[in-house]
Design a protein. Structure first.
Length: 270
């Protein structure tokens, strides 16, 4: 599902302008990470996509719908949003009830709800915890409940807000697998993140924001070599890209395999 942002401006009460004429397009099925320092406008931008915020000026079009003309409930069928803090999202007494709530409210029939809940629980490793209160679980498990509650809605667009913050290695690997599976299903996956290594390893396109504007937008490896622009919004390039730049590699490297291959080529030229 295509997302179009046209000269988007947004000011919070009090007059602080958080978005200053943002223009961009996200095509259906893209893997996009949005990075930048706190206050750069990342979350404010994405909350316009599911109607949690409405433009002060400009337009946001999601799948042909102008978000200004549709409610949050309507847009919830198109854009699933996973909050950074799961405790801001969870409210049901059981894991099963939490995960079922979304598809039930989207009007899925009983069979569809059951299928979506089982699939979401399997993807997030929560099988066997259906009757557990989410607040009896660890922070990492509660994060997975929040993820499952959105996956069960089967939206064409899924937004992860800081998916790896405070998570252990096992949970981060599970999130990585979920992102890749959703991408394989043709869904659009967006991540707002400060985890730049997770970003470059799992997302094809990176949007860099600063002071409410898009500073860079393009292929992940290329964008994350722009050290001067990244520094202006307190983002450091991934470690492997920085090392490759210092060694004089001809192209950016996004993971260990790419680094080894580039290093071998670099060594053969010396």
């Amino acid at each position: 599902m295509k997302i179009e942002v046209r000269d988007l401006r947004f000011s919070y009460p009090g007059g602080v302008e958080a978005l200053c004429g943002v223009c961009l397009t996200v095509e259906a099925g893209e893997l996009v990470a949005i990075v930048g320092q706190n206050g750069s406008g990342k979350t404010t931008l994405v909350k316009h996509w599911n109607g949690l915020l409405k433009p002060t000026a400009g337009e946001v079009i999601v799948g042909g719908w102008n978000t200004a003309d549709h409610s949050v409930a309507q847009l919830a069928a198109r854009v699933g949003y996973i909050f950074q803090n799961p405790d801001e999202q969870l409210f049901c007494a059981t894991v099963c009830g939490e995960v079922a709530f979304g598809p039930q409210n989207l009007g899925f029939d009983e069979v569809e709800v059951d299928q979506q809940v089982k699939s979401a629980l399997a993807m997030t490793g929560l099988g066997g915890l259906e009757q557990t209160n989410p607040y009896d679980l660890s922070t990492s498990r509660r994060k997975m409940v929040a993820v499952a509650s959105v996956l069960a809605m089967n939206t064409p667009v899924i937004v992860f807000d800081e998916p790896t913050t405070g998570q252990d290695h096992v949970t981060i690997e599970r999130i990585r697998e979920i992102v890749q599976r959703l991408h394989g299903e043709g869904k659009t996956v967006i991540a707002i993140t400060h985890d730049i290594d997770f970003c470059v390893e799992n997302f094809e396109r990176v949007i860099v924001m600063g002071n409410g504007r898009v500073l860079l937008d393009g292929e992940a490896g290329e964008v994350l070599t722009q050290e001067a622009v990244l520094a202006s919004t307190a983002v450091d390039p991934p470690q492997l890209i920085r090392l490759g730049l210092r060694l004089g590699f001809n192209q950016p490297v996004r993971n260990v395999d790419e680094f080894i291959a580039a290093y071998q080529r670099w060594k053969s030229r010396r």
